[in-house]
Design a protein around this ligand. Structure first.
Ligand code: SAH
Length: 213
């Protein structure tokens, strides 16, 4: 598959749709216009790639809806060179949006096939996250922490303590919390011990799974 002017036109329309649903951050909207979402999907979905919908990406997982990706990214308030941890690499689309915003991205995926497939895809496309990790996102990434931002792209039954502890003071954790449906929750670390919490609407994600080992 290639990226063409037709695809670019569809992305501009998608950015308009996402803006009409309330996303205001120009950098986030420009990232939606820039990232060729159709290349992150199986070719059978090519015609639908620029609809504001989630799609299956194999291994019972989904690529998040563009509005959801934009909503979470806007809440992260990414600045160039920020160090960002993503839990749930999946198709790599959210990773690419963060890279477009010039973040240093560390991304963790617990499904081996997706980890392998998406790592190869990043290489092929020239996307350069700092590191793609095969592992359990519940634990975060203590070796690299603290982070300016942490984004969880699967529904978390509870907020992993490790993730809160791996934020810089001033850092933000964006995490959908719940089982059947999730409340998008933003934590801002105010000091070593204090966190501000905001709850920002209902979403539906595939579950954040805990590894048994
Ligand atoms: N950001 C992805 C969303 C993929 S869906 C995208 O833009 O396509 C959520 C992903 O989280 C799935 O790939 C799933 O395998 C992964 N996941 C679930 N539990 C996890 C865990 N504990 N650690 C890391 N990844 C996890």
């Amino acid at each position: 598959m290639k990226d063409t002017l037709k695809h670019k036109g569809m992305r501009n329309k998608l950015a308009q749709v996402v803006a009409s649903k309330g996303i205001q951050d120009e950098n986030v909207l420009n990232a939606i216009k820039a990232v060729p979402r159709h290349l992150f999907l199986d070719s059978s979905f090519e015609d639908h790639a620029y609809q504001d919908k989630a799609f299956p990406i194999g291994a019972s997982q989904t690529i998040s809806q563009p509005y959801t990706v934009a909503f979470q990214t806007e809440l992260l308030q990414v600045k160039p060179n920020d160090s960002i941890l993503e839990i749930g690499t999946g198709s790599g689309y959210q990773t690419a949006i963060l890279l477009e915003l010039k973040a240093k991205v560390y991304t963790i995926e617990r499904q081996k096939e997706l980890f392998k497939k998406t790592s190869l895809f990043f290489d092929r496309m020239g996307y350069r996250p700092k590191k793609v990790i095969f592992g359990d996102g519940y634990k975060g990434l203590p070796k690299i922490a603290p982070f300016d931002g942490i984004i969880v792209t699967a529904g978390a039954p509870k907020v992993p303590k490790a993730l809160l502890s791996q934020l810089k003071v001033g850092g933000r954790l964006v995490i959908p919390v719940g089982t059947d449906e999730q409340v998008m929750t933003l934590f801002i670390r105010k000091s070593e011990k204090e966190f501000e919490k905001q709850e920002l609407g209902l979403f539906r994600f595939v579950p954040l799974l805990e590894n048994k080992n």
